[in-house]
Design a protein around this ligand. Structure first.
Ligand code: DQA
Length: 145
């Protein structure tokens, strides 16, 4: 059976395609999901792809991934910058690896985006590469299996 990876997306990522395309590009979340499924097929990973605007729901899904999955790709959106709950949730499923992805280069943007609460508890952070960052994160997780 293929190993299950959760690809979790936080707030406002359901708006991709319409939302600030100069920053986030024209791909929709459905496009990114399709990319992740294609990458999963290439890498022998089963993909559970979800998005929520609600912090606690993301915490629930990280915990679920800890029970059922072998890894997490997380674009925490703005909660990455603020959420101790997401930090704790990732720690709670350790040593299961999580990789943080941001479409935009958060370090080239406003100072409040330069730091994330999640970065210290993930195995790596990919930012600024657009949707391909999700594929790269899946490759990195596959390489750890
Ligand atoms: C984002 C970057 C965050 O700063 C922002 O709040 C988002 C999207 C990204 O993918 O570039 O919602 O996570």
């Amino acid at each position: 059976m293929a190993k299950l990876v959760y690809v979790l997306n936080g707030p406002n990522l359901n708006m991709l395609g319409k939302r600030e395309p100069g920053i986030y590009g024209g791909a929709t979340l459905a496009d990114i999901e399709a990319e992740c499924r294609a990458a999963g097929a290439d890498l022998g990973l089963e993909i559970e792809f979800r998005q929520s605007n609600h912090e606690g729901v993301l915490v629930d899904w990280i915990q679920e991934a800890g029970e059922r999955g072998v890894g997490i790709v997380l674009n925490p959106g703005a909660y990455g910058h603020t959420s101790i709950a997401l930090h704790d949730a990732i720690r709670s499923v350790s040593p299961m690896p999580a990789i943080e992805v941001h479409l935009s280069n958060i370090h080239a943007r406003e100072p409040f985006r330069h730091k994330t609460m999640t970065a210290p508890v993930v195995v790596g952070v990919i930012c600024g590469l657009g949707p391909i960052g999700y594929r790269l994160a899946l490759e990195a997780l596959a390489a750890r299996q």
